[in-house]
Each structure stands twice: as structure tokens, then as C-alpha cells.
Design a protein around this ligand. Structure first.
Ligand code: APR
Length: 247
């Protein structure tokens, strides 16, 4: 796969690079995306499952859905795209991942500077006392896990529609994006705000912005360059270009 000279030069001269990732990043690991022809929102309406009122209305149904997604994620592995981003940390002066994904695959691939805007499906917490629920316990016959501390209702530590993003993660992501020389927008449809506003914010601050996605998105027209390839194909090619450029 050919990397443009402009992108090669931008990466080789960059001090700070940010990868902004979405569900497409994990598609080649076998994790379904949300939108598009294979998207999971085709089968379910997000409001029925990924919102606090849906959870309070029917916690067992929401837990059934998250238990199924947790199972998928336990059975998949990071793909070459995740490993390429992990490799970039040692090839660039500063490299940060800002992800919308909750699947923990960036961390499992070895990346360490990650802002998780929408939480992490491997974590849970109690909605009554707030205690994190570390160990993964089997879902009881009631259909909803109880808090180890207060027997309250436990939920997945993911951001649902209508909820605020974790402040520390959002502020860290904003700082990274606003000081970036290059922003890679990878595998995201760019339709869910406030996260989707970050690549444009980077461009407005002078970053060279690149979309890596086989399909056009809401963000395409803002980008300085689009790479119509899958992340598992494009990102290893970017790493090879960086390694060759570093001599
Ligand atoms: N490589 C790169 N991009 C891909 C690949 C791939 N192999 N396969 C699919 N894509 C692209 C699709 O073209 C699409 O543009 O990934 C994008 C996935 O878009 P969405 O399913 O909308 O996922 P995302 O943008 O991450 O959604 C944002 O919406 O439902 C909420 O909280 C959820 O974090 C999620 C947010």
C-alpha cells in the first residue's frame, strides 16, 4: 500500500501525533461496528440498550446485551492496526491514542497513552455506591450483578447516550488534539459528538489531518488527506514508512 509523500513528510517532521479511533479500528478483529451495513445498531435501537433509562427500565436485558459483547471481546485479539499504533509510540516523539472504543484492544496491543472517551467494557461500577467492581463475576439468575460492597445495582463502565464523558479523559484528549501536528482519524463515522468534533478541532489548530477509512464519512471533507483503506492495511504501511524514514 502506497503512503503519500505528504503524509510521510508530515509524520517524519511531527513532534506530536494523535490517533483518534472508532469501531472500524476493531472491525478486523471481529468486533462489529455500530453503523454501516454490518452495524449492530441495525439490529438494536441504541436507546433500547445504551442509555440509563433503558438500564433502569430493564437492567437484565441491558446486561444480557453487554454480557454478549463482553464475550465477543474476550474472544478476539488486537489486529495489525492496533499493533502498528502501539509501535508508533516508539517511533514518534509524542504519540497519543484518543479512542471512542470500549474494547480495550489498544491497551492489549501494548499502547500506553490512551484516552478512553466512552469508557471500557472490561470495567463495571455500582450505581448506588460508585464502587468499582473489579473481578468479572458471572451474571446471577436475577440477570443483574450486585455490588460487592452494598448489594446495589452494577453497570458497565461505559458512557451511554445522553451521559457526560469522563472529565479527565475528555480534558486529556482535548489537550492532545489541540497540540497535535498530525491527527489520524481512523475507523470512525464521525457522527457522535462531542468526540466527533475532535479531529476538526485539531485541524483548526493547524494539524495535518488524515482519515483512514474504506468509506467516506461526515468528517471526510474536513480532512487534508483521506486514505481509503482498512486500518489493518494502512497503519502497518504508515509504520514501515516511518521506520524507513528514520533510516
Ligand atoms: N478499517 C477502518 N475503518 C473501518 C473498517 C476498517 N476495517 N471497517 C469499517 N470501518 C469504518 C466504517 O466505514 C465506519 O465509518 O468504521 C466506521 C465505524 O463507524 P461506527 O460504526 O459509527 O463507529 P464509531 O464511529 O466508532 O461510533 C461512535 O457511536 O454508538 C456510539 O458509543 C458508540 O463509540 C461509538 C460511537
Amino acid at each position: 500500500m502506497k503512503i503519500s509523500q505528504r503524509l510521510r513528510d508530515a509524520l517524519l517532521s511531527a513532534r506530536r501525533v494523535v490517533a483518534f479511533t472508532g469501531a472500524g479500528m476493531s472491525a478486523e478483529s471481529g468486533v462489529p461496528t455500530f453503523r454501516g451495513h454490518q452495524g449492530i445498531w441495525k439490529k438494536f435501537r441504541p436507546e433500547e440498550l445504551a442509555s440509563m433509562e433503558a438500564f433502569l427500565r430493564n437492567p437484565a436485558l441491558v446486561w444480557e446485551w453487554y454480557a454478549a459483547r463482553k464475550k465477543i471481546i474476550r474472544e478476539v485479539e488486537p489486529n495489525p492496526g492496533h499493533y502498528a499504533l502501539a509501535r508508533m509510540e516508539s517511533l514518534l516523539p509524542s504519540f497519543t491514542i484518543v479512542t471512542q472504543n470500549i474494547d480495550n484492544l489498544h491497551r492489549r496491543a501494548g499502547s500506553s497513552t490512551i484516552f478512553e472517551l466512552h469508557g471500557n467494557i472490561e470495567r463495571n461500577y455500582c450505581i448506588d455506591c460508585g464502587a468499582p467492581q473489579e473481578e468479572e463475576r458471572p451474571i446471577p439468575s436475577s440477570g443483574t450483578p450486585e455490588c460487592n460492597e452494598c448489594s446495589g445495582l452494577v453497570r458497565p463502565d461505559v458512557v451511554w447516550f445522553g451521559e457526560m464523558l469522563p472529565e479527565d479523559q475528555w480534558e486529556g484528549a482535548e489537550r492532545a488534539i489541540e497540540s497535535a501536528d498530525v491527527v489520524l482519524s481512523i475507523g470512525t463515522s464521525g457522527v457522535v459528538y462531542p468526540a466527533a468534533g475532535l479531529p476538526v478541532r485539531g485541524k483548526q489548530r493547524g494539524a495535518y489531518t488524515v482519515e483512514i477509512n474504506p468509506e467516506p464519512t461526515e468528517l471526510s471533507d474536513w480532512m487534508d488527506e483521506v486514505v481509503r483503506e482498512s486500518s489493518a492495511a494502512a497503519l502497518p504501511a504508515l509504520v514501515s514508512a516511518l521506520e524507513r524514514g528514520r533510516g
